[in-house]
Each structure stands twice: as C-alpha cells, then as structure tokens.
Design a protein around this ligand. Structure first.
Ligand SMILES: Nc1ncnc2c1ncn2[C@@H]1O[C@H](COP(=O)(O)OP(=O)(O)OP(=O)(O)O)[C@@H](O)[C@H]1O
Ligand SMILES: [Mg+2]
Length: 155
C-alpha cells in the first residue's frame, strides 16, 4: 500500500502496527467499493502509539461503516509540536439533533440502523477520551445524507 499516512508515537516501532491497521481498514473499504485515500506525509509526534492507532482505527472504521458510496479521506499534518488528523467521508451523515451527543458513551444515532451495522456506541467516546488525555480535542461537522468530517487536534 502506498501513500499511507503514518503517525508514529514515542514507541519508535509504531509504524508497522499502524500500517497493519490501515491495511485491514483498506480491505474493508475495498469490500464496500469505497475509495480510501490518505494524504500527508509520515509524521512523528509525541503521543502514545497505541492511542494514536486506536484513534485512527475508530474514526476510519466509522467512516467506512457509515458510508455506502463514495470515499473516505484521511489526512494528517503536523501542527506545532502536535498534529491534526482528519477523516472525511461521503456517508449518511449525522443529524443536527444527534450531533451534540455522538461522543457520549453508548450513544448510537439511529437505533434500528445501528443494530444492523452492529455499533455499540463506544468508539467516539474513546477517541474523545484519548484526544483530551493528550490535551487535545475532537470536533465534527456533518450534513445528513452528505457526509461527515471528524478532526482530532493534539497540540
Ligand atoms: N462517520 C460517521 N457517519 C455517520 N454517523 C456516524 C459516523 N461516526 C459515528 N457516527 C454515529 O455516531 C454514533 C456513535 O459512534 P461510535 O463510534 O461511538 O459508536 P458505534 O460506531 O455505533 O460503535 P463502536 O463502539 O463499534 O464504535 C454511531 O452509532 C453513529 O450513529
Ligand atoms: Mg464506531
């Protein structure tokens, strides 16, 4: 796989683990006929590699799971000492009413749909927890029926 955004943390050997996760996600995207794209160059940041991996996996897994056609685009950039990571999809989107609640533990936007897609509502609460534990934040903008963009910023 080329053009992988590799964000590696202090662990040093983080690259292989993160790359392996990306490969599994790429297969999942390909299985749904979605384009999974990465931009940005390999960046090294001062953050735990396991947590970075969990963040990427959760956001990309969501983007693939809640998108039926189009693309999932991941981009990463260095920002000061930290980084900014965005995952944009062309999926089902999230209603304005649900948007403030999606980072809550066990919250799933549409119960019947989520039963079908199998979510437990934990992924985003983990992402938020990790971002905040690193002094950062996660934000989202979404349009129902059009897609969503999640951005994690760690200073
Ligand atoms: N990219 C997305 N597009 C549309 N809806 C999303 C997206 N990401 C999250 N959601 C909505 O937010 C809810 C919470 O997401 P979260 O990742 O916390 O849980 P989940 O995906 O349902 O389960 P899991 O614990 O397996 O991650 C989802 O159930 C879904 O309704
Ligand atoms: Mg999820």
């Amino acid at each position: 796989m080329k053009n992988i955004v590799v964000i590696s943390g202090k662990g040093g050997t983080g690259k292989t683990t993160v790359t392996a996760s990306f490969c599994a996600l790429a297969e999942k995207a390909a299985g749904k006929g979605l384009a999974l794209e990465f931009s940005g160059s390999g960046i090294n940041v001062s953050a735990d590699r396991f947590y970075i991996e969990q963040t990427v996996i959760n956001l990309v897994d969501n983007a693939i799971r809640y998108t039926e056609k189009g693309s999932v685009k991941v981009s990463a950039h260095k920002a000061g000492k930290g980084f900014s990571l965005s995952v944009a999809d062309t999926g089902i989107g999230i209603s304005a009413a649900d948007l403030p609640r999606i980072f809550e533990r066990f919250f799933v936007a549409d119960k019947s749909r989520s039963r079908k897609t199998g979510g437990t509502g934990l992924g985003l609460s983990i992402v938020k927890h990790i971002a905040e534990a690193h002094g950062g934040a996660v934000s989202v903008s979404s349009v129902l029926g059009k897609g969503s963009v999640f951005t994690v910023t760690v200073p």
